[in-house]
Design a protein around this ligand. Structure first.
Ligand code: SAM
Length: 281
């Protein structure tokens, strides 16, 4: 329930690259509110200046002092309209805002989204992988052991899975994904979406590894990684291949197990060898 005299908390999406992706309503709302909560004032000031929005900015993070969140709620209760933006894209999607939205909901304050860009959705819309059901898991753990553990858990997931990834980790993550899902599993990388040097790579995980290894630009900029779901990847041979490889590895050295797996499945010996080494890890 919203109390009548309270203001509104607007959750406003901003561009993830091309400023032309700022929706007109986002500009109108940001021009109309009393103040704007953001992650980084200097960063957001540039966006506001570009759109001639002259409103006070103040920082908000989910780990902000509770006093800040209480003071935002108090302002909303006194009738101020407040907007929340993040550095780019849709707030709360791997960005701050959840605690504030929850606090506003609990306080009965109106919370209204102003939809716009989101890197995960933009990437998914061009991945060429099933979108009827998908899972978004945000950033994978930075350490390889934990990352592999999460990927291992995701092995069971039937639907397409979307990740955010840092450019300096994309290659490591792809190698881990090869180790877990197999080299023939389908994937997609959207890099620098809506920016000057945007690139889109679609293929098997081993093709993606090769493409990223051969072009250092692929390890720069902002990246969304999309992995096919268990049932939708055209990798039935590879999933079996990995099973076979695991069984053979229990009995044989890596090179021999990889060679036999390649013979049985018709897959690539080198890739199975790499997978064997990763599995042994
Ligand atoms: N809230 C944002 C959204 O709606 O997309 C995401 C914020 S998260 C902190 C930042 C991550 O999103 C980046 O590390 C990258 O993985 C992804 N990202 C943001 N902008 C991107 C772009 N233009 N192209 C590809 N990925 C992008």
């Amino acid at each position: 329930m919203n109390s009548n005299q309270s203001g509104t908390l607007y959750i406003v999406a901003t561009p993830i690259g091309n400023l032309g992706d700022m929706v007109p309503r986002a500009v109108e709302i940001l021009q109309s509110v009393t103040a704007i909560a953001c992650e980084d004032k200097r960063h957001s000031k540039k966006l506001l200046d570009h759109f001639a929005i002259d409103k006070p900015l103040f920082p908000y993070h989910d780990h902000s002092d509770k006093k800040i969140s209480d003071s935002i709620i108090a302002r909303l209760q006194s009738g101020d309209d407040i907007a929340l933006i993040s550095d780019a894209g849709t707030p709360l999607i791997s960005d701050p805002g959840y605690r504030l939205v929850l606090a506003a909901r609990v306080a009965g304050i109106r919370v209204i989204p102003v939809p716009g860009a989101c890197a995960a959705i933009a990437a998914l819309s061009v991945a060429g992988l099933p979108t009827d059901r998908f899972r978004f898991v945000g950033f994978l753990p930075a350490k390889t052991t934990q990352r592999k553990k999460v990927l291992q858990e995701l092995m069971a997931v039937a639907e397409t899975t979307v990740f955010y990834e840092a450019p300096h980790r994309i290659l490591e993550t792809l190698h881990d994904a090869v180790a877990i899902f197999g080299p023939q599993h389908s994937g997609f990388i959207a890099r620098e979406v809506s920016k000057t040097f945007e690139t889109y790579l679609h293929g098997t995980l081993s093709e993606l590894v090769t493409a990223v290894e051969n072009d250092s630009n692929q390890q720069r900029g902002e990246i969304v990684l999309v992995l096919a779901g268990r049932e939708t990847s055209d990798n039935s041979v590879t999933v079996d291949g990995e099973k076979i490889l695991r069984l053979l590895l229990a009995e044989l050295p890596a090179a021999k197990a990889a060679a036999l797996t390649a013979k049985i499945t018709g897959g690539d010996k080198k890739q199975f060898y790499q997978l064997a080494l990763a599995l042994k890890d």
